[in-house]
Write a protein that binds this ligand. Structure first.
Ligand SMILES: [Zn+2]
Length: 309
């Protein structure tokens, strides 16, 4: 089985109340995926014909608000990173987390198991200048670090043109505003491109983080814009995957955008939205309790091909 993992930063499952932009924003695409429901707390446990939605604990038993560096490290290594560090860590991994990511990063682990893997995000030219110096400094996200430690290539803007990668905003809107000559694409086209990329690999990761930024801005208009893009993107992926070949997993590191009453992350559970084969969804769902369960679920999903075909 191929796996396509869409990691959405700062996306929790909040209450159905006015401060939750998933209540105030129309999400017709997601409603089709999760049987007419909104992507909120109330949809946890929904098992439908196409998708299952589970809630994952992002606090991992450690006091304090869940944060990006430790949350993502937990997802991408399967290790309880805030417990390992003694606290949740915001922003970018420091020395100890980098060491953990270098030893246990998912790309390194999956490659050792013989899987063909890709991080499908494209980077802008300044990144490649820094990369030539070997990732010094501290300001790299977990996804960049696990890609680096996994020995995978990084994709640039040319690769977007050639359909080998996608920019982190899905549509190229940010690149256009920065003066890069790339065509604006729809979220639906972005989904089709990502799906086409994923068909060449056993495991494909794509990261979207404007959701976390919208949450930190507590800006309801930006939140609605981001949610509309995600609605169109995720629903197109869901409609177009072949469940016999691919499973889509959408998940996050902590809540944020679902509660605009403040600018902080939240304690809410995060989604593990599985789209694809119903038996596999059932097998994986029973083991998905917190962020550290995602990597074992990915491994189990990839091995599903071997056991059933
Ligand atoms: Zn954040």
């Amino acid at each position: 089985m191929r796996l396509l993992f869409v990691f959405v930063d700062g996306l929790g499952l909040g209450k159905e109340e006015p401060g939750n932009p998933f209540v105030g924003t129309e999400t017709p695409g997601l409603a089709k995926v999760i049987d007419g429901k909104r992507l909120t707390l109330n949809a946890i446990g929904n098992v439908g014909g196409r998708a299952s939605l589970f809630g994952l604990d992002a606090t991992l038993g450690v006091t304090g608000l869940p944060q990006s560096a430790t949350g993502q490290a937990s997802i991408f290594t399967g290790v309880n990173a805030p417990d390992f560090l003694g606290s949740h860590l915001n922003g970018f991994p420091e020395t100890r987390l980098r060491s953990l990511l270098s030893r246990k990063g998912l790309f390194r682990q999956l490659k050792k198991m013989g899987y063909n893997v890709i991080f499908a995000n494209a980077y802008r030219p300044p990144f490649f200048k820094m990369l030539r110096r070997g990732l010094p400094g501290k300001r790299y996200s977990c996804s960049t670090l696990v890609t680096y430690y996994g020995g995978l290539p990084f994709y640039g803007l040319e690769d977007i043109k050639e359909g080998r990668a996608l920019y982190m905003d899905i549509t190229n809107d940010i690149l256009l505003r920065m003066g890069f000559g790339l065509p604006l694409i729809t979220p639906e086209e972005g989904a089709r491109r990502l799906l086409a990329i994923s068909k060449n690999y056993d495991f494909c990761l794509f990261e979207y983080f404007l959701s976390d930024l919208a949450g930190h801005m507590a800006d309801k208009f930006e939140a609605a814009r981001v949610i509309t893009i995600l609605d169109r993107f995720i629903s197109t992926l869901s409609e177009q995957i072949d469940p016999a070949e691919t499973m889509l997993i959408v998940s996050s590191d902590h809540g944020n955008i679902e509660d605009l009453s403040g600018r902080d992350h939240t304690y809410n559970q995060v989604p593990a939205l599985l789209v694809g084969d119903s038996e596999l969804r059932c097998a994986l769902g029973s083991e998905l309790k917190d962020l550290t369960d995602l990597l074992p679920a990915i491994c189990k999903g990839l091995a599903w091909k071997k056991s059933c075909c």
